[in-house]
Design a protein. Structure first.
Length: 118
């Protein structure tokens, strides 16, 4: 075999091996990502020194349980806010001038009565 043919064969085999290694590394990275995704979906059992991680469906169930508890609390807040709306409207009414019966009108009359004449 000719030395140039031998060099070409070595280069071809080396290039093919490098290509296989490159493709293999990419496949391993892709496989790890899929394995991590499956672990996130299914959860992981506890190991020595590492606590268990719940799966996706268990975590969603926990979130839904918390949200169900919030619904009742929000209904109570809605009723309290309705009560506060009425009280706030009464206070706003007193702070705006009207026909003379508001707190604003009374303070204005008192200030005019007490003020020295210029």
């Amino acid at each position: 075999m000719d030395p140039i043919d031998m060099a070409g064969a070595v280069a071809a085999v080396t290039g093919a091996a490098a290509g296989v290694v490159w493709i293999g590394r990419g496949a391993l990275r892709w496989g790890r990502r899929i394995a991590h995704m499956v672990d996130d979906l299914t959860g992981e059992p506890a190991r020595p020194g590492v606590p268990a991680r719940p799966g996706l469906m268990e975590r969603i169930g926990t979130i839904e349980g918390r949200l169900d508890g919030l619904d009742g609390r929000l209904d109570g807040l809605d009723a309290r806010l309705g009560c506060l709306d009425g009280r706030l409207a009464a206070v706003e009414h007193e702070l705006r001038p009207n026909s003379g019966s508001s707190l604003h009108d009374k303070v204005t009359r008192l200030a005019e009565a007490v003020a020295p004449e210029r």
